[in-house]
Structures are given as structure tokens and as C-alpha cells.
Design a protein around this ligand. Structure first.
Ligand SMILES: Nc1nc2ccc(CNc3ccc(C(=O)NCCCC(=O)O)cc3)cc2c(=O)[nH]1
Ligand SMILES: N[C@@H]1O[C@H](COP(=O)(O)O)[C@@H](O)[C@H]1O
Length: 203
């Protein structure tokens, strides 16, 4: 399966996906990395891995529709079949999300549906939960509300800071996202017509 990864920054999740796609057993081939911001570290990670990169700078577009339309055109140019949002921080339009329904994955740093939106790790600390983690889900128009594919839990420790919790969750992300990518790229898991997750064995 031809995969594109959309990023906005460091790209540690991208790096984990690159490692996964390199394995001979992998069903995924990362053919493109798109960043909405120029000069980010994730672009260097992609180039080092021999993956084509493009920058689609959202500041250069008059509307979200035009920004998303440009991204869609680049995805078509590279015959992309599956898209992973890895630290991609722009909300996508309903038109784009509908077109890519079932072929668009995102990683979120909390156990959804808890702590949607930005600074999820900080929300968890402030809520005083003893368990948090990360979620890989299909992207739906409603932000952080799509069908859940994989989750991994991590403990929240008494002396945790936002930084220590972020780091523990990020380690979990680097396992969960590659696992979810393999499930979807191999066809083991797909999004059903009713918007729920369908496992291949589900007859
Ligand atoms: N329609 C749809 N699109 C998304 C785009 C990115 C992400 C990644 N997670 C994200 C979740 C939240 C945000 C957010 O609220 N950023 C501040 C506003 C930035 C902006 O104005 O664009 C960004 C990415 C998830 C979704 C999603 O669940 N549904
Ligand atoms: N989507 C969120 O944004 C961050 C991206 O980190 P990186 O993959 O760019 O290192 C991660 O915390 C991820 O959960």
C-alpha cells in the first residue's frame, strides 16, 4: 500500500512509521511526506530515508479548501492510497475527510474520547487520571472523534510533569502508530459503512 505521511514538526512518529515500512513483512510503502511548514526536522528525516518530500505551506492559501485541494493533488500525483497524520496540526475540511474516509489515520496523545484537542497530555495531568496513553483512529470530520483502531495505555506517575508524561506517551505512540498502519495497510482492519471498525475475521 502506497502511504503518505503528513507532518508539521519533529516527526518522531514519522520516524517510527519509516522504520516499520522498512521491514520486509510490511504492507506499507511510504512514498511521500508532506509538511505544512517548511524547514521542520521531519522533512530531514524523510530525505535521509530516501522519501520524496513536499511543503504545502498553509499560509500561502486563501482558504482551507484551497490548501486541502493542493494536498489532495499532490497525493494523486504520487498515487497515494493511505494517509497518516503524524503531528499534523491543521484541521482538514469535510470535503477532504469524506474523500479519504477509511484511508486517513491520525495519532492522538490520549485515550480518546478523553482529552480531545490540543495539549491532551496537559489535560490528563490536570484531570488527575492515573492512566493515559495514545489513540490511533480513522479521521472523521469531527475532530478526534473517528473510529478507534489501536490504543496503548501508559501509567501517570505521581511526580509526572507534562514533559515526562509526554515522553512516556510518545514511546507508546511509536508502537501504536506502526501497529495500526500495518493493520490498515494489510487489510486486516477497515472502516465499515456504518463508521465502525471492521476486522477481516468479522463475517
Ligand atoms: N477534520 C479533521 N481534521 C483533522 C486534522 C488534524 C487532526 C490531527 N489532530 C489535531 C487536533 C486538533 C487540532 C487543533 O485544534 N489545532 C488548532 C487549530 C489549527 C487550525 O486552525 O487548523 C489540530 C490537529 C485531526 C483531524 C480530525 O480529527 N478531523
Ligand atoms: N499528534 C501528536 O503530535 C505530536 C507529534 O510528534 P512528532 O511525531 O512530530 O514527534 C505527538 O505528540 C502526537 O501525539
Amino acid at each position: 500500500t502506497r502511504v503518505a505521511v503528513l507532518i508539521s514538526g519533529t516527526g518522531t512518529n514519522l520516524q517510527a512509521l519509516i522504520e516499520q515500512a522498512k521491514r520486509p513483512s510490511s504492507s506499507a510503502e511510504i512514498v511521500l511526506v508532506i509538511s505544512n511548514r517548511p524547514g521542520v526536522e521531519g522533512l530531514r528525516r524523510a530525505s535521509l530515508a530516501g522519501i520524496q518530500t513536499r511543503v504545502v505551506d498553509h499560509k500561502l492559501y486563501g482558504s482551507r479548501a484551497e490548501f486541502d485541494g493542493t494536498i489532495d493533488r499532490v497525493l494523486a500525483e504520487f498515487r497515494v492510497e493511505l494517509v497518516c497524520l503524524a503531528g499534523f496540526m491543521r484541521i482538514l475540511t469535510g470535503t477532504f475527510v469524506k474523500k479519504w474516509s477509511g484511508r486517513l489515520l491520525n495519532i492522538h496523545p490520549s485515550l480518546l474520547p478523553s482529552f480531545k484537542g490540543v495539549n491532551a497530555q496537559k489535560q490528563a495531568l490536570q484531570a488527575g487520571v492515573r492512566v493515559s496513553g495514545c489513540t490511533v483512529h480513522f479521521v472523521a470530520e469531527e475532530v478526534d472523534a473517528g473510529a478507534i483502531i489501536v490504543q496503548e495505555a501508559v501509567p501517570v506517575l505521581p511526580d509526572d510533569t507534562e514533559e515526562s508524561l509526554c515522553d512516556r506517551i510518545r514511546q507508546a505512540e511509536h508502537r501504536a502508530f506502526p501497529g495500526a498502519l500495518e493493520l490498515v495497510a494489510s487489510g486486516a482492519v477497515r472502516l465499515g459503512e456504518d463508521g465502525h471498525i471492521l476486522w477481516k475475521s468479522d463475517c
